[in-house]
Ligand binder design. Structure first.
Ligand SMILES: [Zn+2]
Length: 108
């Protein structure tokens, strides 16, 4: 006897915990696959995400808002700065003229 106190069950308990974690991950993966919700790439940040409902294009509302800003509001303000009439901006970006006028007004 060396006098060391060892816990012979510790190693197998850790291995058991690791196995349980793998099983849990596998179950989650199967659940994800079986629900037929394909993973999508966010249109804004281009990260993979699991959509919660059909037609979702963005991983978070913040990405949706950021995308709207970069595809609509920012170009609208740039066109306004360049002297493009509000009605033309609205037509080009597919938004209402009132909305464009609102953006112009709020930015001064
Ligand atoms: Zn995103």
């Amino acid at each position: 006897m060396t006098g060391k106190t060892t816990n012979p069950g510790a190693g197998s308990r850790e291995a058991g915990a690791a196995t349980a974690l793998l099983v849990a991950m596998y179950v989650q993966f199967l659940d994800f696959v079986c629900r037929r919700k394909a993973a999508l790439v966010c249109r804004h940040c281009e990260k993979w995400f699991a959509p919660k409902k059909r037609g979702t294009e963005f991983c978070f509302t913040s990405c949706r808002a950021a995308s709207f800003y970069y595809t609509r509001k920012k170009p609208a303000l740039e066109m306004h700065k360049a002297g493009v009439p509000t009605s033309d901006i609205a037509t080009r970006l597919g938004v209402s003229e009132d909305r464009v006028a609102g953006w112009v007004k709020e930015t001064g």
